[in-house]
Design a protein around this ligand. Structure first.
Ligand SMILES: [Zn+2]
Ligand SMILES: [Zn+2]
Length: 325
């Protein structure tokens, strides 16, 4: 994700993180989205929102931006400490969601997790943290757990992909429930796995067969662009390549981000839609592709000073493209 260092640490418990520009302590007027959670012809649309103040507050933030899909952290993305998720938190979240137009929710796992590491201690910590992530998602009824393939710091990328797959498989076996694990396409900086579609295919194929059906892909537009796939001029070819390697049926979520970094730069920097290297041309193909009309799109774009306004503006951009305006 862009600006990992700058991304606020979100807390499920405790006082709101006042350093988090996305947090509003007042309760702005809530503008309800469309009833029923879907708009004919439009895919589910939303953003990653802060969980400061509790997961139920995240649902309110989603309603404020007119979202029909949402992404959250259920833990602290930059700390190993596991949150204490009480039954009350779960119930409040489920009640808030049931009364909202939001029809689909994803959670993004901690950035510290590296299921591909060759270091035994880090692997053990990562496995435990990933299982805890999945367990929280199952309790909350979250649809998708998005996870970045790890970093092959040991050098053997094939072995690292197989190890990553085995860890995902073990977590799924230990945690039955509705949540699907979505492996995210990466920009491929450093030793990051999963920037080539072939690597995602290798990883998924290595997941034990009995749980492989619970694994899919989240495609991040900024990441695939930075990895060298040109969504501006070769949208059809990029999707064909994905179909040949991974299979379009495995594509369950899009992260829709513009990129401050150039094509093939292998650098992960998100920008507001239409204001980065992808520009408007980078999103037209995706927003008008009827094959993905049911596949949700989540913004991970900058929040600036007013996250609600920024998210609304970026969602309007997507709706305008989808309508062909
Ligand atoms: Zn990113
Ligand atoms: Zn992403």
């Amino acid at each position: 994700m862009s600006g990992r260092a700058g991304r606020p640490i979100l807390r499920l418990h405790g006082p709101p993180n006042l350093g988090d520009a996305t947090v509003t302590d007042t309760h702005p007027e809530i503008t309800p989205g469309p009833a029923g959670g879907s708009v004919p012809g439009l895919p589910p649309l939303g953003a990653h929102v802060s969980v400061a103040g509790g997961l139920a507050r995240a649902v309110e933030r989603g309603i404020e931006i007119g979202a029909t899909a949402l992404q959250v952290f259920t833990g602290q993305p930059q700390r190993w400490a596991e949150p204490d998720l009480g039954e009350d938190d779960v119930r409040r979240y489920r009640d808030a969601l049931a009364g909202s137009p939001i029809g689909i929710v994803a959670s993004h796992d901690s950035y510290l997790i590296n299921l591909a590491t060759e270091r035994a201690a880090l692997l053990e910590k990562s496995r435990a943290a990933f299982e805890a992530e999945l367990e929280r998602c199952q309790r909350l009824g979250i649809d998708h757990l998005v996870t970045h393939p790890g970093n092959a710091t040991g050098g053997d990328r094939e072995a690292a992909l197989r190890q990553n797959a085995a860890a995902i498989g073990a977590a799924l076996l230990a945690n039955p429930g509705p949540t699907t694990v979505l492996v995210e396409t990466t920009a491929g900086s450093g030793t990051a796995l999963g920037w080539r579609f072939e690597e995602l295919a290798t990883l998924i194929d290595a997941v034990p067969a009995d749980v492989r059906g619970r694994v899919g892909v989240c495609m991040d537009t900024a990441h695939v662009f930075a990895a060298g796939y040109d969504l501006r001029t070769e949208y059809g070819e990029v999707m064909d390549a994905f179909d040949r390697t991974v299979g379009l049926e495995r594509l369950h979520l899009f992260h829709v981000n513009d990129s401050r970094a150039g094509l093939g730069s292998r650098v992960d920097r998100h920008a507001h839609l239409g204001e980065g290297e992808l520009g408007e041309a980078g999103f037209v193909g995706l927003m008008r592709d009827s094959r993905f009309v049911d596949v949700p799109r989540i913004l991970e774009t900058p929040k600036d000073d007013d996250g609600t306004a920024a998210d609304r503006r970026n969602l309007d951009f997507l709706r305008r493209l989808a309508r062909g305006a």
